[in-house]
Design a protein around this ligand. Sequence first.
Ligand code: GAP
Length: 524
Amino acid sequence: MATVANNTMDRIVALCRRRGFIFQSSEIYGGINGFWDYGPLGVELKRNIKEAWWHDMVHARDDMVGLDCTIIMHPHVWKVSGHYDLFSDKMVDCKATKNRYRADQLCVVKNRTDSGTNRMYAFVESDDESRARAEKKLAKHEKTKPPLPDEQYHVKPLLEIPGGEFHRVVGPDADEPGTLTEPRDFNLMFETYTGAVRDEDNKAFLRPETAQGIFVNFKNVCDSTRIKLPFGIAQMGKSFRNEITPRNFIFRSREFEQMEIEFFCHPDESNRWYEYWRDRRLQWYVDLGLASDRLRLREHGKEELSHYSCGTSDIEYAYPFLAEGDFGELEGVAHRGDFDLRSHMEGKLASQDGKLVLDVDANGKPRYKGSGKDLTYFDTERKERFVPHVVEPSAGADRATLAFICEAYTVDESRPSPELMKFHPRIAPIKAAVFPLVAKDGLPDIAEPIYRALRARWPVQYDAKQSIGKRYARMDEAGTPYCFTVDGQTKEDGTVTVRDRDTGRQERIDKSRCAEYLAEGIDR
Ligand code: GAP
């Protein structure tokens, strides 16, 4: 992690904890890795983001319906979808330190003129400190001094080191070589059991994505509504992945929320819908305040695509925990062809010579049978029956929350309290605050009714304590866009001041206009 970026991230994490956005789960017992709780401000922020998504993607459209499926589904769903066999990361364990690492995130630094006996020092690729430690240990061992000259030393991904040479590798947090196990598959699904008997027959899984609930309900939605293709089904809710190395605050956690759409269309129209959703989803983040120079669309190269896919794009954000110039995935938009519906009809599919075929065992039997239900669609206008193609914009509510927090975090040294959160008013946890300038002279009697009228429509706070400067600063840190202050002049002419969080500028408006002013600000 780059040091400057790291400092910013540390300050953001500290503010989130201090002001009640995000806490470590079970903190009083030392926390639990990969789980986070949202505090009073955080829960409002995340709800606002989810509500904005639901409003803009479902309510504001004629071609979308919603769904809310269970977290535990029939275990066969995950066998047919491929998650049971394929949803895994390669991991290595360190026998000395008991630490576990994702193999694809480790590199080694080694001597170029390696005689086959030299030590190699492993480090976590994205962690500058881990790399510096590895280089220091290598330099000490080779009796040279860091920085290591490029012509003599070089870096290689751990996965390119043959297994037979692992006895020469020193783990990222170990001192002696040979303590890392060879990479092995680790399925990311959390297991549980339904009913009283804990055996294979009763084994179930916590869903690792919300998408499968949509596919298995495709027919139910078609049969119970009058919606016609092209249309989408949206769902948001918790997903669970037993990530080997949860990291970077709420970016990669083990329990998180997704906001997913499966958009079903005729195969001939799927490319057009893919392009539409890629651009529409990017614009959604821009409209809610993510700056375009920290946001980008990255089209996957042909070699990264599943063979059935005509395209996948990641919407990426330059999170401050990443090195300068690096971007991290915020949302994926994938063209999934007819893969999912066909799998749930016919059985688990596999690719062979560029084609999707039934995945069979050595005896030619399907490895995992499908439902056998007819998941085709009859288009009455085209007079054609087909398996719809699917475009999937799949967003993470926590990654979106983190991006909006990072984007909002601003340091303005000219202010008495320099940290403020410039949230778009639509997602700001508190929409406004109402202050009497002093808690006497009849000012609270004027301020309280204004507060009560606003509170009936929005989350608004009232504060009569401390100096006005401190009250503004508290609201700036919470990201509250407007503060209405009742002062001596209010008694004379009925006006209050409105202070704008981002500019600090104040203007006077009639106290009867507070609600109208706030409504305009939120809808801007
Ligand atoms: N149905 C497709 C799917 O689940 P994905 O790329 O694995 O695709 C979609 O996940 C989104 O879910 C990601 O872009 C990210 O925003 C979020 N996400 C995935 N794993 C996550 C994790 N461990 N912690 C937080 N968010 C995660």
